[in-house]
Design a protein around this ligand. Sequence first.
Ligand code: KG4
Ligand code: ZN
Length: 342
Amino acid sequence: MKSDKDITILAIETSCDETAAAVVRNGRTVLSNVISSQIALHTLYGGVVPEIASRKHIEKINIVIKEALDSAGVTLPEIDAIGVTYGPGLVGALLVGVAEAKAISYASNIPLIGVHHIEGHVSANYIEHKELEPPFLCLIVSGGHTHLVIVKEYGEYEIIGRTRDDAAGEAFDKVARAIGLGYPGGPKVDKLAKEGNKNAIVFPRAHIADAPYDFSFSGLKSAVLNYLNTCEMKQEKINRADVAASFQEAVVDALVTKAITAAKDYKLNKIALAGGVASNSALREAMNRGCELNGIKLYYPSPILCTDNGAMIGAAAYYEYLKGTRHGLDLNAVPNLRIGER
Ligand code: KG4
Ligand code: ZN
């Protein structure tokens, strides 16, 4: 799917703790991708503080958009559409991006396209893999979501599996906090796990009857907490690297097993990874191995495109643009927006 003329999209993303804007051409060429991260600020509180996130977005949004346009060498009259994340996410954070996009759309008479944040994560794969086209299976693993989705067409999704409780990234963040690594936990667990033995402690893998593609990570999280408490009570020394590696192994094992089973069951020979946890090195390695063994082609974005960014929103907005999706100035933030919903 491609347009006859070049389509240049200004994309805005403020759903959580990154203020981000990008200029993307034809869905796959990134002219600029500016991300102002608030991580250092939220680290002080051990997690994202929604009100602080909103205030920071307000402070940064104009600067970030100007930088995205300037470094792309593009002016507003050259923009064909503005893509903006309108859900899911923190409502106060989403509203900053949505209000900004509406203001630019109104002032400059540029079409507005509301984008689903998770569809953005999926679309991050299109940027570096020019040959990737639907249909494919996508394993979406972020701080708030864990989904197995069939991407049937651009912008057309069928959810075949989801988490019953915690998202994969959430489990990483909670376990990281429990072993004293702080926020954001995922990358820190990933790093520490490299020094540990993944077979040192056997943590449970959840099996959900009648839902072979669903996930559950809260039992695993409790098992890690119990292990830590028991060690403390017995005054045994805790090897944090072994805990990190064994926990990560349990998460990766569940993700890889279910994704590969689903791809085989649905006869899909392409799997894409999406979301912050897709940058996890153990997950990438295990998926590579599993896919190779089963003749499945694996795709994942570079780490900078796995976590929240504007470029992925620009990629998703392009395919919505081609389908004719346009939003009015009544576009609102939808904190619990479901995938595939308009
Ligand atoms: O996709 P994302 O940036 O935000 C959401 O939309 O939720 O994902 C953030 C999540 C956090 O939970 C973070 O700990 C996790 O992704 N994450 C990782 C890694 N890098 C980020 N988890 C495991 N290993 C990593 N290398
Ligand atoms: Zn995200």
